[in-house]
Structures are given as C-alpha cells and as structure tokens.
Design a protein around this ligand. Structure first.
Ligand code: FAD
Length: 390
C-alpha cells in the first residue's frame, strides 16, 4: 500500500468487473492511483471463474446487444493485448421458441438486426435442415447468432488481465472490506478486516454476488443478492458436429465443452431464492427433474448420456429487473456500481468496465450510453426490462 493509504480510485472486488474497470481506466489515460481490494485471490468462489463463459447478441434491448458486441471485439483482439488465448469459440447461440414465445422471438430478432447483430430467424423446417440433431416437433422457430456468438474461458481472461494490470501501476490489496467511513455525502475510506483504512477519492463496488452487502455498509439498498446456479457436465457417445449453444424452450441450455458437454437451467421461481454465500453444493434434483428430460426431448442423441461432474456458482442477481446497474449513486456521489448482471455479466464486463471508466474520467459515457442502467431507475421504480434473460 502507498504510504498514505490514499488512492484516487479504490475498487472492491478483483474479478472480471473490477479488473476490466481498472484496465479501461488506464486505457482512457487515467494517471491517478488505483487500488483493487480482493478478499480471495484464488477466486475459487467468484462468479467469474465459475461462469459458463457464453457470449451472445440475442437480447431485446439495444444497450445489452451493444455491450455484448463490444465483448466480441474485445475477445477477438484479446491475444494481441494480453498475450493469452481466451479460448474463444465462435460456434453460435441458438435460442428456441414454442408457439407461446414465437412473437417475442421475432421482435427480438428484428431488434438485434437493427442493432447490427447477424441474427437469423429460422422456422421449424429451417431449423431441422440446419440442425438435424434437434427434435423440432413442438418448436415454432429459433434465432441463430451467425457471427460472434459462442463461448470463451473466463478463468484465462481474468488471469491475463490481472497480470497486465500489475505492470500498469495498479495496486493489489489482499484483504476484505468490512466497513465504510462516510462523511459529507461521500465515502471517505473503506476499513479492512485487518483494521487498516484505505482512503479513496472514488470507490467502485465490483463485489459480484456480495455487491448488495457491500452497498449496505454505506447504508444503501442495492437489490443484488447471490443466487445459486449449478452447471453439469456429461458425455455422450454420439458426437454432434459444430453444435452451437442451444437454449431450449424449457430454459435448459447446453453446449459442447472439451470432448463432452455442459448444461444448466435456472431453478423454477419457487426454488430460486437468495443463496447462502457459502453454499456451493450442486442441486442434482435440477438435473434429474428438469434438465435431463428436456435434453432427451430436444436432442434425442442425449437420451443416452453419462453424467460427469457438477459445480455451483452464484449469480449476482438483480431482484429488481435482472439487468446491470452501472454508474454513480445519485447522492453518495463518489460511489460507483458495476453490479447485478444476473447471468450475462462475463460477456458484458469489457464494455461495462469501459463505460464505468469513462464515467469516472469524463463524468459521462462516451462510447455506449449506459444511462438506462443507472441506479436512479431503482429510486424511480422504473425497471429496465430485458426479454432476453436466460
Ligand atoms: C454458473 C454461472 C454461469 C454463468 N454463465 C454466464 C454466461 O454464460 N455468460 C455470461 O455473460 N455470464 C455468465 N455468468 C455471469 C458472470 O459470470 C458474472 O456476471 C460475472 O462473472 C460477475 O463478475 P464480478 O466481477 O462482478 O463478480 P465475481 O466474479 O463474483 O467477483 C467479485 C469479487 O469480489 C470479491 N469480494 C466480495 N466481497 C468482498 C469484500 N468485502 N472485500 C474484498 N473483496 C470482496 C470476491 O472475492 C470476488 O472475487 C455466469 C455466472 C454463474 C455463477
């Protein structure tokens, strides 16, 4: 730590949101001091390292599409900047709809095309021709993202960005923030578990699933909480060539991973509640009751599969509208949020980090206008609804 324990920007949380914010601050030419406080540098329980790493342009709102599009260009340039292969596979995302979802699907596709995405709406017959491994008997259509959509390796990109940050004069503090010291409408300092104070001109909440708790230390109600999500791996003797990530009408998603596949589903609403931050026990009932029947129904080759391992990560779930919360707090004006991405954060982190860095440096957004993601919408009770949440 520097001798005065004083930094121009202090970031709580050193995973993907905190690291992207720091990196883009430097990219924007910010010459002030930056510190990242991280309580667990193994990142063993971070959303980032437990993420499925999917990236898609199938959203309904232009801002979300643009955030992900910047993620795509960031991944394509990643190796040049960070000398690391991000494991990016542009193998496509296929979102299916039954009769009920057909109209929304068509509207979403139109919006995606208007926002510059190469999304293609296919009928059931078109799907059957292009993806013969699917059973489309109860499907009315689907959108396939032709370019850019796919998945990547979140752990590799996090490690590579942190390595580069060390050479860009960013201080890493390995400790836990346990308290705030506020004065005159600003956060003056954060207090660490070891009792030290770190003074800040600006403070960024990048604490992922713990973001709601961190905000509460400042007396602020941020509607973000941990929600448990289990990812299952399995193997199947029949290999499906060039399979995209498929999102079924049941909500189950599945994609290739290594020589096998991974899959998951959000629990039904009556089983989806705030998780204990220490609960990382897989929910195998989800696989038996929901996932496997849906997989076998949609992709008959998956009737005979061999379950592999499973892991749990926590979404940083925004209970207000499941969309990101980006930008400053309206009253505690030196506190900034980059929170609440609810399952689509890893793909949006580069653009969100750049947007927040712009706001910190210039007091406004310069590239993608992220005003609709502001905390103010919560105070106004005006949800920013996105129809492409998975
Ligand atoms: C199972 C799963 C699958 C997902 N799949 C996708 C996907 O396919 N596509 C997609 O775009 N997104 C996906 N996501 C979401 C995405 O991973 C997250 O949105 C993103 O990683 C959030 O990053 P973060 O940096 O905000 O949070 P985290 O990665 O959780 O990082 C927060 C950090 O803050 C630290 N911290 C917390 N409290 C304190 C404190 N008091 N003091 C100091 N440090 C603290 C933590 O230790 C942690 O390292 C998925 C998430 C999960 C869990």
């Amino acid at each position: 730590m520097n001798s005065e324990n004083q930094f121009d920007v202090v970031i709580i949380g050193g995973a993907i949101m905190g690291s992207c914010t720091a990196w883009f601050l430097r990219e924007e030419g910010f010459a002030g001091s930056i510190a990242i406080v991280e309580k667990d540098k193994s990142f063993a329980k971070a959303s980032t390292t437990l993420s499925a790493g999917g990236i898609r342009q199938q959203f309904s709102e232009a801002e979300n599409i643009h955030l992900s599009q910047f993620g795509i260009s960031f991944l394509r340039r990643f190796e040049n900047h960070f000398a690391t292969d991000p494991g990016y596979k542009e193998q496509g995302y296929l979102v299916l709809a039954g009769d009920e979802g057909a109209e929304t699907l068509a509207q979403n596709c139109q919006r995606q095309i208007e926002a510059g995405a190469s999304s293609l709406l296919l009928t059931a017959d078109g799907l059957q021709q292009k993806f013969p491994f699917l059973d489309v008997s109860d499907i009315s259509g689907g959108i396939i993202g032709l370019k850019g959509d796919g998945w990547f390796d979140p752990h590799s990109i996090l490690m590579a960005i942190r390595k580069v940050l060390r050479g860009r004069d960013v201080e890493f503090i390995d400790d836990e923030v346990v308290e705030f010291e506020n004065a005159q409408g600003q956060v003056k300092a954060v207090i660490l578990a070891d009792g030290n104070r770190v003074y800040c001109s600006k403070l960024v909440n990048a604490a992922g699933p713990a973001a709601g708790y961190i905000a509460s230390l400042a007396g602020i109600d941020l509607p973000v909480e941990p929600r448990k999500r289990t990812v299952f791996s399995f193997d199947c003797k029949t290999k499906i060539a060039a399979m995209p990530l498929v999102v079924d009408i049941s909500g189950v998603w599945v994609r290739p991973e290594g020589v096998g596949y991974i899959c998951g589903v959000s629990p039904p609403p009556d089983r989806d509640y705030e998780a204990n931050g220490q609960d990382f026990e897989p929910d195998y009932n989800l696989f038996d009751e929901i996932i496997w029947p849906a997989l076998a129904n949609r992709i008959p080759a998956f009737e005979a599969i061999k379950m592999g391992h499973a892991w749990v990560g926590h979404y940083e779930y925004n209970t207000f509208d499941q969309n990101a919360i980006i930008g400053p707090h309206p009253y505690l004006s030196n506190l900034y949020f980059i929170n609440g991405f609810s399952g689509h954060g890893i793909q949006q982190a580069p653009a969100a980090g750049r947007a927040l860095a712009e706001h910190i440096v210039y007091g406004r957004y310069k590239s993608i206008d992220c005003s609709r993601f502001s905390y103010d919408r919560i105070l106004r009770n005006e949800p920013f609804l996105e129809r492409g949440i998975i």
